[in-house]
Design a protein around this ligand. Structure first.
Ligand code: HAM
Length: 423
């Protein structure tokens, strides 16, 4: 007996219409990123666990949601839950830091052991980009601006960019201590995760899905209240640049993001589209100051963003935007009997050599069945081959849209179809 196992929880199969839209979206994103000077990087889907499991990274994503395994050589490996750490590992390993600025993008699958729900999968696709070099308020603004361009170029309307700053990493311990002291008297009112976060990473309490509406969380001190002069000046410069670039954004003082490597600018792109559901963050990113150093590189910083492709596709669907064209055939060849099949194969080959998309009946079916298939495949022309056509070397052609039927040689058909001139 064959044992048939279904796909693993939180995964999906991609085919038919959906894969067409998916591929179109990938092509579209690549075009936008090329325009902004990013080049593609492909890193492994698994890395040494230490690339993600670093001492400074205590986010749920890394501590609770990674797929970790040991290979036959006893190496500890992790399926990548996000793209940035692997890209920085490659940046350092390949000494890309010898150039002042490196701009990379990636598209591929990522893996998180999360509770699956609408818009949240265990294997999902991201398109991400990283700009690594010196810290610059202009570069931070540009990454937010590319993210806006992604949204705008897709035609998505009901989307908001939320922006915040966390201040530089070196001033975060002081702010975290203030938060820990603030939340400690409320410990019993916090969810199980946040009880742990009070000491480990109190920032995360600010945007905890369970606790964020509680009054004492709303009133908690926010990072911006504790910025020093330099950080404030940097943040103001980022905002001014965005205004100059005509990038609309909303300041959200409680935005902290779900990873611990961020310092300074952070942002998220949120869908306000009816029917989207709770997983409405289309993309998110921010500035990281220490990741390059932590992964063995020099003192460089970076800024990046990643979009979830499934969520972008859902946004497109809900806003009625279609990227791929409907499938069509240039011609479908209809035959009446075995004798005509040889002729039909000859016509098929000639047309395919001329780059036409052509199909034929493979099962010797009735005229009616062939016609039905031709229409279901969206054939622009029907080429009919019967006794008469066999003898005369003339084809009977019918344009499906106008139902106009004509007789012509194959060369004539090729010319007319190519010039789109069926007069
Ligand atoms: P992230 O916010 O964890 O950031 O993920 C980015 C996007 O990936 C999310 O906004 C969401 O659209 C999508 N996403 C995340 N998890 C899932 C899931 N389980 N199912 C479906 N979609 C999901 C990062 O990953 C950072 N590496 C972004 C970044 C790049 N920061 C700096 N550079």
């Amino acid at each position: 007996m064959i044992f048939l196992e279904n796909r693993p929880k939180g995964t999906y199969d991609l085919f038919n219409e959906e894969i067409k839209e998916f591929t179109k979206l990938e092509e579209h994103l690549k075009k936008v990123l090329n325009k902004y000077g990013f080049t593609e990087i492909r890193t492994p889907i698994f890395e040494h666990s230490s690339v993600f499991h670093r001492d400074s990274e205590l986010s749920d994503m890394v501590t609770k949601e990674t797929y970790n395994f040991q290979d036959k050589g006893n190496r500890l490996l992790t399926l990548r839950p996000e793209g940035t750490a692997g890209v920085i590992r490659a940046y350092v390993e390949n000494k890309m830091y010898l150039k002042p600025l490196t701009k990379l993008y990636y598209i591929g699958p990522f893996f998180r052991y999360e509770r699956p729900q609408k818009g949240r999968f265990r294997q999902f696709y991201q398109m991400g980009m990283e700009a690594i070099g010196e810290q610059s308020a202009l570069l931070d603004a540009e990454i937010v601006s590319v993210s806006y361009e992604v949204i705008k170029s897709l035609g998505l309307k009901n989307v908001t960019i939320n922006l915040n700053t966390l201040g530089k990493s070196s001033s975060q311990p002081q702010y975290k201590e203030i938060l820990t002291n603030y939340f400690t008297p409320h410990i019993e009112e916090l969810c199980g995760d946040c009880k742990r976060r009070i000491t480990e990473n109190p920032l995360r309490i600010l945007d905890c899905k369970v606790d964020q509406q509680k009054e004492f969380v709303i009133e908690a001190p926010t990072p911006i209240d504790y910025l020093d002069q330099d950080d404030l000046a940097f943040y103001n410069e980022v905002k001014n640049n965005l205004r100059m670039m005509n990038v609309p954004f909303v300041e959200n003082k409680r935005l902290v993001r779900g990873l611990d490597y961020y310092g300074q600018t952070v942002f998220e792109i949120v869908a306000d589209i009816k029917g989207f559901g709770s997983q409405n963050v289309l993309g998110g990113g921010g500035h990281y100051e220490n990741l390059v150093k932590e992964l063995g590189g020099p003192d460089k910083s970076g800024i990046g963003v990643a979009f979830g492709l499934e969520r972008l596709l859902e946004a497109l669907r809900l806003e009625g935007i279609k990227l791929s064209e409907d499938d069509y055939l240039d011609a479908y060849i209809i035959t009446f009997g075995e004798a005509e099949q040889t002729k039909a194969l000859e016509v098929l080959t000639t047309l395919r050599n001329e780059d036409f998309k052509v199909s034929i009946d493979y099962y010797k079916r009735s005229f009616k069945a062939q016609l039905r298939e031709a229409l279901s495949l969206n054939a622009k022309y029907l080429i009919i081959i019967g006794d008469q056509e066999l003898e005369s070397n003339i084809l009977t052609v019918k344009e499906t849209k106008t139902e106009v039927q004509k007789e012509m040689t194959i060369d004539e058909f090729i010319r007319k179809a190519k010039e789109n001139d069926y007069t």
